[in-house]
Design a protein around this ligand. Structure first.
Ligand code: 6GU
Length: 250
């Protein structure tokens, strides 16, 4: 998978060189390319923003530097294997982080983990001139995305979140694929609580059933813990889970 990140703070993405994603990059499972948006602005101050048309507070990102940066990414993109059999290569997915976007969930991450080429365009200020999005639709599969109902100063931290959630699903990135199936949200429920040795720590015992060696009972206990937790902490997820189960039964 190729990922392009365009920002006025490309250093923000240095954290992606650490830990599992860093390793995935070194093993060539994912190629992450960073671009400085200001490199595509050619006025004296390399400015990328201007005042909002119609008035109002703050500044708006000009569309031209973004279009030039995105065109640069399009010319750099690898020749897909599909070209050989004459089928049109899939358009890259352009993810524009915005609190006004579609909610990014584990399902979104799973879907995007299958893509060949993702481009992230995190804005600063009040956002990007909307005409850029109209223009980009012709070249990209456009996905405005929010990571939750709160406001960030810019899209960069949201990009780090999304890239991490997506790339860990690429085969080979996580050493033990079984851990992906068992974690929170994999089945629409929260994860069960986990414990390690010693069996008694500072006077607190691990649940006895986990020491029983009875794997069927342990599985049932963990499943019940998932239900309990989800009902209590995330009634919204629980309601959806109940509906999905009823559908599967009919
Ligand atoms: Cl993706 N961007 C910004 N700026 N704020 C957000 C967000 C994204 N998701 C939630 N809040």
């Amino acid at each position: 998978m190729r990922i392009d990140l365009i920002s006025i703070f490309p250093e923000f993405f240095d954290v992606l060189d650490l830990s599992l994603i860093g390793k995935a990059q070194r093993e060539d499972l994912v190629q992450i390319h960073r671009h400085q948006l200001r490199d595509f602005s050619f006025d004296k101050h390399r400015s990328v923003d201007d005042t909002p048309t119609g008035g109002g507070a703050g500044m708006v990102m000009k569309p031209e530097p973004w279009a030039l940066a995105l065109e640069h990414v399009l010319t750099e993109r690898p020749t897909p294997a599909a070209v050989e059999d004459q089928t049109a290569p899939p358009r890259p997915v352009l993810i524009v982080p915005t609190p006004a976007g579609e909610l990014f969930t584990q399902r979104t991450a799973e879907q995007l983990a299958d893509a060949e080429h993702l481009v992230f365009a995190p804005a600063r200020f009040e956002g990007i001139d909307h005409r850029l999005l109209d223009w980009a639709q012709e070249h990209f599969e456009l996905r405005p995305m929010s990571i939750g109902d709160y406001v960030l100063n810019g899209g960069e931290s949201a990009v780090v979140v999304m890239v991490e959630a997506i790339t860990r699903l690429i085969p080979g990135v996580i050493g033990n694929p079984e851990s992906l199936a068992e974690e929170s949200h994999a089945d629409g429920l929260l994860e069960y609580p986990v414990y390690t040795k010693p069996a008694r720590w500072r006077g607190i015992d691990v649940p006895e059933i986990l020491l029983s060696g009875d794997h069927a009972k342990i599985r049932d206990w963990r499943s019940a813990q998932q239900d309990l937790r989800t009902r209590k902490i995330r009634p919204d997820l629980w309601a959806r889970h109940v509906v999905a189960q009823e559908r599967n039964l009919t």
